[in-house]
Design a protein around this ligand. Structure first.
Ligand SMILES: Nc1ncnc2c1ncn2[C@@H]1O[C@H](COP(=O)(O)OP(=O)(O)OP(=O)(O)O)[C@@H](O)[C@H]1O
Length: 348
């Protein structure tokens, strides 16, 4: 159905369409052969990727995979050992003030001047970034912090700090927003709030790069993911292409299976090999893509019409790549604490 009821073009709709077209699809961040070495240790190895405006890239990887290092490279806080990084077409100059780059950043551990109030802190950053003071109250309102605006930050809860951190990150209306594990320690409502804000910013054309271990949360909001392992790109793409690349099976959950139908399932070699062991009365089949159509057809032959198909999740995909990186099991925390992995605070 057309959005237009007649042939005349609605000027408001045209403006909106033009804005959306302009906001979507331009390259906001581009990495070319990007590497970062800390002395002998290469934390990021030869990364190549692009993030478009109005898109969200999820940065995934085990602890120490190089996610925060990549974010610091984009911010220009550390310098690449090799390769280039471009933000909005301009090469990031490490350790210089990249004032013309429109970046917002929420660090992994937000730390503020604890004696300041929320209002004072945002006003301070507004002055620093040349933002009109009127925006401070608007943001305090938008981020649900108006009632606490005059409280000292040392009295703020984790969730309040994250809200304030995000308000600070979006203060100057950035075109690229970098979020380093923004939902750690947040309750489900606070996480949902943060994701809702991200969706709004994305709709306004902001490119978002989010590093997270909360795969269930990010799965529905990301446009693509970059899976890092030991500094290297193990995989990248949208959920659909990641699913295709891993060929992981889907889960088909059967509902209202009678004992007779269950016996029939067991007696057929195809189903017997796909049945998932289950302690409860749930009947599930783990089905590779190539067999999906055949399985569904045969279920109908057994008069099982009620079933749901659950494709592999981002979590399944992540585990697949981690298993390929560590076939004998992911390293224990002791292994991650090895001399090689411990941050020795080398000068970047
Ligand atoms: N300043 C530094 N000096 C030396 N090594 C460092 C430095 N910063 C990071 N590293 C090392 O680089 C590797 C990548 O670290 P990074 O913080 O980027 O990982 P991460 O993926 O963000 O991990 P996490 O999920 O645990 O936050 C780690 O092995 C880390 O010890």
């Amino acid at each position: 159905m057309s959005h237009f009821t007649n042939n005349a073009i609605n000027p408001q709709a045209l403006t909106l369409m033009t804005k959306q077209t302009a906001a979507q699809g331009q390259v906001a961040v581009k990495a070319v052969g990007l590497s970062k070495r800390y002395a002998e240790f290469e934390a990021v190895k030869d990364l190549n990727f692009e993030v478009l405006t109005g898109q969200t890239l999820a940065l995934l990887g085990h602890n120490g995979a190089g996610k925060s290092t990549l974010i610091k490279l984009i911010l220009g806080l550390v310098s690449p050992s090799a390769g280039q990084l471009y933000v909005q077409g301009q090469e990031v100059q490490a350790k210089r003030v990249n004032a013309s780059l429109s970046l917002g950043y929420l660090p992994e551990n937000v730390s503020f001047y604890d004696n300041m109030t929320a209002h004072e802190l945002l006003s301070y950053f507004a002055k620093l970034k040349g933002v009109a003071p009127v925006r401070v109250n608007l943001l305090l309102e938008e981020f649900g912090l108006m009632a606490a605006k005059d409280k000292r930050l040392r009295t703020f809860s984790k969730g309040m700090r994250q809200r304030l951190g995000l308000a600070q990150a979006v203060l100057a209306d950035p075109k690229v927003l970098l979020l380093d594990e923004p939902t750690v320690g947040l309750d489900p409502l606070a996480s949902a709030f943060l994701y809702q804000k991200m969706a709004q910013l994305k709709a306004q054309g902001c490119a978002i790069i989010i590093s997270t271990h909360e795969l269930g949360l990010v799965q529905d909001q990301m446009d693509s993911a970059l899976i890092l392992g030991q500094g290297q790109m193990l995989a990248s793409g949208n959920l659909h292409s990641l699913r295709a690349a891993t060929s992981l099976p889907s889960l088909i959950e059967l509902h209202h299976v009678t004992p007779l139908q269950y016996q029939q399932l067991l007696s057929q070699a195809l189903f017997a090999s796909l049945l998932e062991p289950s302690a409860s009365d749930r009947v599930c089949l783990r089905v590779p893509d190539v067999l999906k159509a055949k399985v569904i057809q045969q279920l109908q032959g057994l008069k099982i019409h009620e079933f749901s198909v659950v494709p592999p999740s981002l979590q399944d995909i992540f585990h697949f790549y981690m298993a390929s990186l560590y076939p004998h099991g992911t390293p224990s925390s002791a292994a991650f604490g090895s001399a090689k992995n411990v941050k020795s605070e080398l000068v970047a």
